[in-house]
Structure formats: structure tokens, C-alpha cells
Design a binder for this molecule. Structure first.
Ligand code: PLP
Length: 374
């Protein structure tokens, strides 16, 4: 599906291998058995492109999609996606009418918000499917377990609601054997056992994020919500699911080449000076695309399967790389994230160089780099 015409052959791009994505979803399915699989697809599917990933996930058998806000849910519905979509973010009063119109499932975290929704529902013919969000320790959104019973009873009693789910979110499951993660799982389990098991409703109970799926099988309940893991990355360096692999690469073509003499400053601020006579190549992407400026004098790229350092500051649209004495030509392919021959620059490495997490690097890539789906 490589289609360069859409990109006007832009000289820097992202490649996304959807068949590996489908493999990852299959591997997760194997791991979770009969439970449902919800794909969190917020923030443009962590920079991978929300619509192609949603479509692939649906053909691979995902049961649910989860987004952060109305905007993302509406985008999916406008693309013709019919499967259930959970909005995980808090409800904003002025968006309720549209949330209902797009048939998105809402997260309910307070009686106040539930009543606002109920008021709007009275003008609508169908019932609103909601998920009761319980805060078991994330302290972000969600009702405390003590207050959740009253809210649950209200949702059950109010005819406009259908309690489709009950969920919570893990704060520390990215590490195996974490005490607080165990505590959250137990708190959630206790709530389900006490208030849901013996009730006359049968909502989907869900808790596990990627860390939960990787390291806490007791967090699976009826459905799991792994985002990062579905994209082929593990919260920790340990890799419990062997078939999972990442499928996101960033590539470019060398735009310019020159020989620079020793002791010569490179780029804005001359933050790098050549030690010897060097071959410097210019690569046509920069922080304006989401390739982070923190990689200045720190990051590396692959050319002909070999690592070379970024020299000088990352510019908005270009970076410079010192290839030492190596031969390279204008137009040759450079890999900024991904594999080339026997060498690989991983997303985790980039994140470490930027002193951040993989998630933030992925979300940072905007639409100037065209995305090619293989
Ligand atoms: C983002 C998010 C997820 C997915 O998190 P990962 O760490 O990518 O698996 C799951 N649940 C909620 C509520 C989220 O906000």
C-alpha cells in the first residue's frame, strides 16, 4: 500500500507495518484467552494513525476501541467504524449532546456528571451506554470505591443508562511485582465481587493496561486495554510475549553532503565543532516534524547499516550528521528509528536520549511526515 503520490515524495517519512500490528493483537488474544480486547487508540493511535490502526484492529478481532475525548471518537465514527468506542476522559457538559449523537460509551466518575448526562438523555430515544470508573489509586479520574455504590445504584435505576462496564486504571503496573499494582487489583476485585457479582447487571469489568497484560494476569477480568503493548513495546525491558514486535520506523533521504574542515562549528549556536576534517550530511527532518530537539549532539542515525552521530542542534526542518570518513551519497536512505541491515535504533533508545518515555516520542510525530502503511 505504499503510495508516494499522496506525499508528493516527501523526503522523510514514517513506515508502519500493519501485518505486524495484527500479529501483536493475535499474540495478546492468545495471552488473554476468552476475554475481550479493547484497543486504546488515543492521540492518533500513539502517532501511528488512528483510522488505519482502528480498521486493522477490527479485522484482527478487537472488541472495543478506547479514546480519550469526543474529537477522537467522532473521527472514528465518521470513518464508518461501528464497534463500541469508550471515551476514557472526563465528560464536558457542552459535549454531551455530541457524545450521545456519535453513540460513544461514556466514563462516569461522579453523580454530578451522571445527572448532567441523564438530563440530555431525556431528549434522546436510545439508552446511553456507560462505564463506571472507579479510582483504585491513580488519583486522576474515577469515583472512590466508598462512593461508587451510590453512583452505581443511580446508574442502574436511571432508565436512560445501560451500565456497559465497570473499570479502573493501574498507576504502577509498568513494573512487575509492584506492591501498589497488587493493591489496586485487590481493591478492584473486592468491589466487583461485592457489588457486581451478585447484582442483576453484568457489565464488562476491565482494569489491565499494557503493564497489567504483561505482568499481572490477575488484572485481566473481562476485558484488557493494552495500548503500548499492541504497538509492540513493553513497559519494561523484559519481554514476556515473544511474538510481539514494534512496526513503526522513521526514515529519510540524505538531502545534502559536504566536507567540512577541522575545528568548524555546525548549525545554530555552533554547539558542535569538528575535530578533524569531516563529511557532514544534512537530513530533511527536525523538531517541526516531532524529531526532538533534545537529540541535539546526542542522537544517532543509521546510514548503510552503521550508526552516525547527530552533530549540532536539531533544527526545525533539518539535522546534520557526521559520517566521519565514510562514503555516502545524496538520496541514500537514513533510518532514524528502526532497523537497517544488522543495526537498529530503537524507540526506547530515542526516549532515553530525550530523557522521556516512548509514549511521548511516538505522540510527538505530527502530520508533516507522511505515514506509509505496509
Ligand atoms: C492510555 C490508557 C490505557 C492504555 O495504556 P498503555 O500503557 O498504553 O497500555 C489504558 N487505560 C486507560 C484509562 C488509559 O488512559
Amino acid at each position: 500500500m505504499k503510495n508516494h503520490s499522496h506525499s508528493l515524495s516527501h523526503p522523510a517519512w514514517i513506515e508502519i507495518n500493519l501485518s505486524q500490528f495484527a500479529n501483536n493483537l493475535r499474540a495478546i488474544r492468545q495471552q488473554i484467552g476468552q476475554r475481550k480486547l479493547c484497543l486504546p487508540i488515543k492521540a492518533n493511535a500513539y502517532g501511528h494513525g488512528i483510522i488505519p490502526l482502528a480498521q486493522t484492529a477490527i479485522s484482527a478481532g478487537a472488541d472495543y476501541l478506547a479514546v480519550s475525548c469526543l474529537q477522537e471518537g467522532a473521527l472514528l465514527r465518521k470513518a464508518g467504524i461501528k464497534i463500541p468506542i469508550l471515551v476514557m476522559g472526563a465528560i464536558h457538559e457542552d459535549q454531551i449532546t455530541e457524545l450521545l449523537a456519535y453513540e460513544l460509551e461514556l466514563s462516569i466518575s461522579s453523580l454530578f456528571k451522571a445527572q448532567l448526562v441523564a438530563k440530555k438523555c431525556q431528549h434522546s430515544s436510545h439508552r446511553c451506554r456507560v462505564h463506571l470508573e472507579i479510582d483504585t489509586g491513580m488519583q486522576r479520574t474515577g469515583v472512590r470505591p466508598e462512593s461508587a455504590i451510590e453512583l452505581l445504584n443511580y446508574l442502574i435505576k436511571e432508565p436512560c443508562f445501560e451500565v456497559a462496564g465497570v473499570y479502573s486504571h493501574l498507576a504502577t503496573a509498568d513494573k512487575p511485582n509492584n506492591e501498589f499494582a497488587h493493591h489496586q487489583i485487590q481493591t478492584f476485585k473486592k468491589f466487583i465481587d461485592t457489588h457486581i457479582k451478585n447484582s442483576n447487571i453484568s457489565p464488562i469489568c476491565h482494569l489491565a493496561n499494557s503493564g497489567g497484560v504483561c505482568y499481572y494476569p490477575e488484572s485481566y477480568f473481562d476485558m484488557v486495554r493494552p495500548g503500548l503493548l499492541a504497538l509492540g513495546y513493553f513497559p519494561e525491558r523484559t519481554t514476556p510475549l515473544s511474538e510481539i514486535a514494534s512496526f513503526f520506523s522513521v526514515k529519510a533521504k540524505i538531502a545534502y553532503f559536504k566536507v567540512v574542515s577541522a575545528n568548524c562549528g555546525i548549525g545554530y549556536g555552533h554547539t558542535y565543532k569538528t575535530k578533524t576534517q569531516s563529511r557532514i550530511v544534512t537530513i530533511p527532518l527536525g523538531y517541526g516534524d516531532g524529531y526532538r530537539r533534545a537529540l541535539s549532539n546526542k542522537g544517532q542515525v543509521l546510514i548503510r547499516g552503521k550508526r552516525h552521530p547527530i552533530v549540532g542542534n536539531v533544527c526545525m526542518d533539518q539535522i546534520m550528521v557526521d559520517v566521519g570518513g565514510d562514503e555516502t551519497y545524496v538520496g541514500e536512505e537514513v533510518v532514524l528509528i528502526g532497523r537497517q541491515k544488522n543495526e537498529e535504533i530503537t524507540l526506547e533508545e530515542i526516549a532515553e536520549w530525550c530523557d522521556t518515555i516512548s509514549y511521548e516520542i511516538l505522540c510527538g510525530f505530527n502530520d508533516r511526515l507522511p505515514r506509509f502503511y505496509l
